[in-house]
Design a binder for this molecule. Structure first.
Ligand SMILES: [Fe+2]
Length: 298
């Protein structure tokens, strides 16, 4: 049986007594899945997974998504599978990318609070990071418990939010970190059109409600832009208070996975001259968060 040691309330737990480099039995996976449903963030130590091992473990949670990488120059992939996301600041030779390299845009946007792939119609269910090179200070991944953040809102506020739909746009968060909109060709823009996502989600297994926020939110349907931005900023500030957050300090071999349906996360800053290399695998959700056929009111 796996061991489950709570790290923070019912939000984060450390999982032990399992070797993820070996085949995982159905029983072991159902124990992990039960922990994943109860805690939104799971930490495994000393698990030096290969790319294939990581993808096959992630695939147990759902179909693997492919990273959106419209700014990656051609032939610079370091990883062999198109489903693997390169969350690093190094090039294909392992050298630290120079300041100004367009690939660092990804890291800069990751430093904003977000939820993975909400800019896709069918967003991410579970993301899993494997740490391959870590920095001695900084570079933590910080998580926010969006269920606890929801629970802490007054009832009238919950009522006002429930049912709202936001527009998420990949390029919106990139522009916040310095992407020049004039540098985006219509072809690249068309690769990732803005998509609607509900603002309050209900977890399909636990029934718990949570705020569904990300720095990708560009507007809220039926609301003036300034009002929507103010609301999103307020909810972001509310959800990321210390009582709702946990910062993971990485060690090489750590595997951390989280439920994107009820958490936000961000990467913390570190010395940009030092390599920090993470590999991500992502299992996608089973459908859009908005109801099939949803259209904004005319
Ligand atoms: Fe992320």
């Amino acid at each position: 049986m796996i061991s489950v040691a709570p790290v923070k309330l019912d939000f984060v737990a450390e999982i032990g007594n399992i070797d993820l480099t070996k085949a995982i039995s159905e029983t072991q996976f159902s124990e992990i899945e039960a922990a994943f449903e109860k805690y939104a963030v799971l930490i495994f130590h000393d698990q030096p997974l290969s790319e294939d091992q990581q993808n096959s473990f992630a695939n147990k949670f759902g179909p693997l998504g492919r990273p959106a990488a419209p700014f990656r120059p051609e032939n610079t992939e370091r990883l062999k599978r198109p489903e693997s996301a390169d969350i690093s600041n190094v090039d294909e030779r392992g050298d630290v990318l120079p300041e100004g390299d367009v690939r660092l845009l990804i890291n800069r946007a990751n430093a904003l609070w977000h939820t993975d792939s909400t800019f896709k119609r069918v967003p991410a269910k579970m993301s899993m990071l494997c740490a391959q090179s870590v920095v001695p200070t900084g570079g933590e991944t910080e998580f926010a418990d969006m269920r606890a953040a929801w629970d802490a809102l007054p009832e009238d506020r919950q009522k006002a939010l429930d049912g709202l739909v936001a527009e998420h746009d990949y390029f919106h968060s990139r522009m916040k970190v310095g992407l020049d909109p004039r540098s985006v060709s219509p072809e690249r823009r068309a690769m990732l059109p803005p998509v609607p996502q509900i603002l309050v989600r209900t977890h399909p297994v636990t029934g718990r409600k949570s705020l569904y926020l990300a720095s990708h939110i560009k507007r809220i349907y039926g609301m003036a832009d300034a009002e929507a931005q103010k609301l999103v900023d307020q909810l972001m500030a509310h959800s990321t208070q210390p009582q709702f957050t946990y910062a993971h300090q990485w060690a090489v071999g750590d595997v951390v996975l989280w439920d994107n349906r009820c958490t936000m996360h961000r990467g913390r800053p570190h010395d940009p001259k030092l390599p920090r290399v993470m590999r991500r695998a992502t299992a996608m959700d089973i459908g859009p968060s908005v109801q099939e056929g949803w259209k904004p009111a005319a």
